[in-house]
Design a protein around this ligand. Structure first.
Ligand code: TA6
Length: 302
């Protein structure tokens, strides 16, 4: 009997460009290889795990201690936080950041595009378990385009008859040479909620620097920001649309150690800059409306 893996390779594989395999924990993964960049994407969570432009260090960070398993979130990559960001508003028993990143998604389309790009389109598979957490009819797709740049688009449709409130994020982990030397630009002057200081509202002065645990939800943020990384002599440009919040997070050593899946000094090699709609920036979606959260990541010399 053909396994899902056989069916995926039969229906979607592209010789030398796209292949599917099973990794530890029983996860099925798409391996994408293009002239200008390569990536791996787990079907569970439509979770982009790795992205490395040709001739560059990896752009997307995946912990060496990431644990893979059915229903388990992966430490690194681009976790999809949906249909809420952070803790559920009323029910603490529900998973932080929603359930999208730990349930199966179906691969619905693969396209070969100009400039050697490959686009994969996934749709979340609803179930009794998901409907028990989220009663709305809201098909959601994650559309990932791999090439010289990485593009991720999370498209939510309100297919029901009632409006609902949506929180979402592309919780992206970026590889940096040494987070202590990194600066994040584009958020100067914006308000943020400081989650390491009881969520106190503050204003960003100058570029964001990381010298301790940082966990901030920047509000009403612009569509471009940038990570400058002197250790790797590069900048990562983050362009977004459909996003009103930008989350900046580094757990620093104590929290990373407690989490157990960062590895020794793992926190020094990563920084999350998340394209989101969180806190007061959540989205009201009317019946029939589509909300697209889009991020594009490209590397330039410093
Ligand atoms: O986006 C930052 C954050 O909300 C932090 O507070 C921390 O919880 C992080 O997400 C990781 O969450 P996770 O559930 O993936 O361990």
């Amino acid at each position: 009997m053909a396994t899902t893996l056989d069916v995926l390779n039969r229906d979607f594989a592209i010789k030398g460009k796209l292949h599917f395999k099973e990794i530890s924990g029983g996860l099925l993964v798409a391996e994408v290889t293009t002239l200008h960049g390569k990536a791996t994407i787990a079907l569970q969570g439509a979770h982009l795990m790795t992205f490395q432009p040709t001739g560059q260090e990896p752009v997307i960070w995946l912990s060496e201690l990431a644990k893979f398993g059915r229903g388990k979130s992966i430490r690194g990559g681009v976790p999809v936080c949906w249909p809420w960001f952070g803790p559920h508003a009323t029910d603490s028993k529900l998973p932080g950041h929603g359930y999208a990143r730990t349930v199966d998604w179906r691969l619905v389309q693969v396209q070969s595009l100009s400039d050697e790009r490959i686009r994969l389109e996934f749709e979340l598979e609803e179930s009794e378990a998901t409907r028990a957490q989220w009663p709305h009819r809201s098909p959601v797709r994650n559309i990932i385009t791999v090439g010289r740049a990485l593009e991720v688009e999370l498209a939510t449709t309100n297919a029901g008859s009632e409006p609902f409130t949506l929180g979402d994020a592309l919780h992206t982990y970026f590889t940096v040479g040494d987070v202590r030397r990194v600066t994040v630009h584009g958020l100067e002057g914006y308000d943020y909620l400081d989650k390491v200081d009881q969520g106190t509202r503050k204003q960003q002065v100058g570029a964001v620097t990381i010298g301790q645990e940082v966990d901030r939800i920047y509000l009403n943020t612009p569509s471009v920001c940038e990570i400058r990384d002197p250790a790797l002599q590069r900048r990562i440009k983050i362009s977004s649309s459909g996003s009103h919040s930008t989350v900046v997070w580094n757990p620093w050593i104590e929290k990373a150690t407690k989490m157990g899946d960062f590895g020794t000094d793992g926190h020094l090699g990563m920084l999350c800059v998340e394209t989101a709609n969180a806190a007061e920036d959540v989205v009201q979606l009317a019946p029939g409306q589509v909300h697209r959260l889009v991020a594009r990541y490209e590397v330039e010399p410093l």
